[in-house]
Design a protein around this ligand. Structure first.
Ligand SMILES: CC(C)(COP(=O)(O)OP(=O)(O)OC[C@H]1O[C@@H](n2cnc3c(N)ncnc32)[C@H](O)[C@@H]1OP(=O)(O)O)[C@@H](O)C(=O)NCCC(=O)NCCS
Length: 325
């Protein structure tokens, strides 16, 4: 019998400190950085984001989201036999957030590793977990996207610091006799490393290069719009489905204009687009599982719905996962 993988539970967590545009604009003005609620909303669709307290780590956010996903799946932490955490903001250089999360969940023994594909991290992680389940290497995977992106922001750069937020989302992916994950399509092109990166690294006890995010927003925008369409089409073709079969589109939540443009290219009405970027900002690898969990808990995404998840980000990386919820 063919072995498939299926999402059986979702969970998410946002740190309590919610910053509206008005609050951020006031904070930035105090630093001599000029921006406005109007500019941020018009260019990005973002109205608010959450920032973790200084002593809160990526694994803390991942833990809350994971507990909720495991609970929603009707499982105990001890049932999990694979942990993958997609993140670019780990607690430490090493070991992985996945190992720290495993210990915080009170379990031991199962494989645990991080996935580094920046804002595409969650679709990469979900695709890898699906392959491991199909191969028989795992049966009950915990797949998490978690970020404290606020730690990477240059608050003197108004072109980037207004865009990002912190949070975590998680799913439990279980072996199944009926298909959940229908197809996936992953890509990268390393020649675009420089358009979106945190170039610094740790060496000899020092941070070498800038530890803050730098981005060519226009270049990212242009690339994102193109690859989100091509990845969606490639994934639909693999699953032998068409745009008309999509019930919900959940793209990476970076910019509402990019999301609208993707929906338009796929001829999807905006009612099928799940939007959380307005309230979360761009939470990088956490954005898709956060949006999925909100859509499930609000009753939008129901059992049997066909959902297209799409990631795009630093690397340059991009990809899509098509699934039956
Ligand atoms: C970043 C982004 C919102 C900028 O929007 P844009 O329409 O390209 O704006 P521009 O960069 O052309 O800037 C237009 C003007 O707004 C100004 N501006 C930039 N940020 C601003 C801010 N926060 N507040 C006010 N003005 C701002 C610029 O300085 C520029 O002024 P100028 O014309 O006097 O030089 C947009 O390029 C974007 O969303 N790119 C994709 C980013 C993304 O999604 N990254 C993550 C991918 S994972």
């Amino acid at each position: 019998m063919t072995r498939y993988s299926r999402i059986t539970g979702t969970g998410s967590f946002l740190p309590p400190n919610r910053l509206t545009n008005a609050q951020l604009v006031a904070d930035l003005a105090a630093r001599g950085v000029e921006t406005s609620d109007e500019w941020i909303v018009e260019r990005t669709g973002i109205s608010a984001r959450h920032f973790a307290a200084p002593d809160v780590t990526c694994s803390d956010l991942a833990l809350e989201a994971s507990r909720r996903a495991i609970d929603a799946a009707g499982l105990q932490a001890a049932d999990i036999d694979l942990i993958i955490v997609a993140t670019s903001t780990p607690d430490m250089v090493f070991p992985s957030v996945a190992c720290i999360l495993q210990h915080k969940l009170g379990i031991a023994g199962c494989p645990a590793f991080d996935m580094q594909a920046v804002c595409s991290g969650f679709v990469y992680a979900l695709s890898v977990a699906d392959a491991m389940i199909k191969s028989g290497a795992a049966s009950k995977a915990l797949v998490v996207g978690a970020e404290v992106f606020s730690r990477l922001l240059d608050f003197s750069d108004r072109t980037t610091c207004v865009l990002f937020g912190d949070g975590a989302g998680a799913v439990v992916l279980e072996a199944s006799q009926t298909p959940g994950i229908l197809a996936s399509d992953l890509h990268a092109d390393g020649k675009y490393v420089g358009i979106l990166c945190v170039p610094g690294h740790v060496s000899g006890g020092q941070v070498i290069g800038s530890p803050l995010l730098t981005m060519d927003g226009k270049a990212v925008f242009k690339l994102a719009v193109g690859v989100l369409e091509s990845a969606a089409r490639a994934t639909l073709a693999k699953a032998e489905l068409t745009e008309a079969d999509i019930d919900w589109l959940i793209p990476h939540q970076a910019n509402l204009r990019i999301m609208h443009s993707t929906a338009k290219k796929l001829k999807l009405p905006l009612e099928k687009l799940i939007v959380t970027v307005d309230q979360h900002g761009n939470t990088s690898a956490a954005s898709i599982p956060l949006a999925l969990d909100e859509a499930v808990r609000s009753g939008k995404v129901k059992k049997g719905d066909v959902v297209m998840l799409e990631g795009v980000g630093g690397g340059f990386t991009w990809g899509a996962v098509l699934l039956k919820y």
